[in-house]
Design a protein around this ligand. Structure first.
Ligand code: NDP
Length: 256
């Protein structure tokens, strides 16, 4: 087997993945670990977190689970502090935690707006803000935000979700511009339709599922591990001159 390309080598780095205990976050956490990173998994469900920590440790990497609700600023600060106290550094922040939600805009409850936009947008900002000192200190800071096709397209039924995910792209550009001279690159991944708990309902609705697959040039859903390649690229020295960008990993959904 050829030697791994050092450009993509994450040995000696530490990453914090919000929502890293399932779905896309787990796929990315395992991918970063396979490239050499130690991982902090920050999410609410401690049982799921323990399982992913064990999977990462089985790859030979250090891993740590932190009970964290990203709607609580003190939880975010505590998760970042755990990265500092246990690993002594934080090089990579993956803002992946997210929730779906919507309904007719004219009757959308304020609670839905606050929960969805709070989780998908405000927390992305707050996690980035909390991580900034360590990302800067380590000299190779990377922030990877998770957008959505709804970052690009509107939808009548998921207004807070699409508003939050559209905001993630502008947040990505603004943080990228602000922190470029601090040696921090900030980019986003735009997943297409990926098989996770979030899309289980869509996948089991045959009509809806067939519509999505027909609309996707690759003619299938993606799998969480298929996000790992883009994440490793955006976490590594291979992307040191790439910032403020959005990389679609979507089987072509956004281009056809
Ligand atoms: P899942 O529902 O499978 O996972 C969501 C993750 O987010 C869970 O690990 C959950 O952990 C965590 N999470 C949710 N709320 C919070 C919170 N308040 N604090 C901390 N963690 C939280 O969804 P996906 O894996 O599909 O979604 C991951 C990201 O990808 C989301 O941002 C989503 O919007 C985005 N995305 C997904 C697509 C798809 O097709 N699946 C397409 C485009 C974007 P816990 O409940 O333990 O806290």
């Amino acid at each position: 087997m050829p030697a791994p390309n050092p450009l993509f080598d994450l040995a000696g780095t530490a990453a914090l993945v919000t929502g890293g205990n399932g779905g896309i976050g787990r796929g990315i956490a395992l991918g970063l670990a396979a490239a050499g990173a130690d991982i902090v998994v920050a999410a609410r469900n401690e049982e799921k977190t323990r399982a992913v920590v064990a999977e990462i440790e089985a790859c030979g990497r250090r891993a740590m689970g932190v009970a964290c609700d990203v709607l609580q600023r003190e939880h975010i600060d505590a998760a970042v502090e755990r990265a500092r106290s246990e690993f002594g550094r934080l090089d990579i922040l993956v803002n992946n935690a997210g929730v779906a939600g919507g309904g007719p805009p004219q009757s959308l409850p304020e609670e839905t707006w606050d929960r969805v936009v709070g989780t998908n947008l405000k927390a992305v900002f707050q996690c980035s803000q909390a991580a900034f000192p360590l990302l800067k200190e380590g000299g190779r800071g990377k922030v990877i935000n998770i957008g959505s096709e709804y970052s690009l397209f509107g939808s009548p039924n998921v207004l807070p979700y699409s508003a939050s995910k559209g905001g993630v792209i502008q947040l990505t550009k603004s943080l990228a511009a602000a922190w470029a001279r601090d040696g921090i690159q900030v980019n986003a991944i735009i997943p297409g339709w990926i098989t996770t708990d979030m899309t289980a309902g869509a996948k089991s609705d045959e009509t809806f599922y067939n519509r999505i697959v027909a609309r996707t040039p690759a003619r299938r859903f993606g799998e969480p591990e298929e996000l790992a390649g883009a994440a490793v690229f955006l976490a590594s020295h291979a992307s040191d001159f790439v910032t403020g960008q959005s990389v679609a990993v979507d089987g072509g959904y956004s281009i056809a």
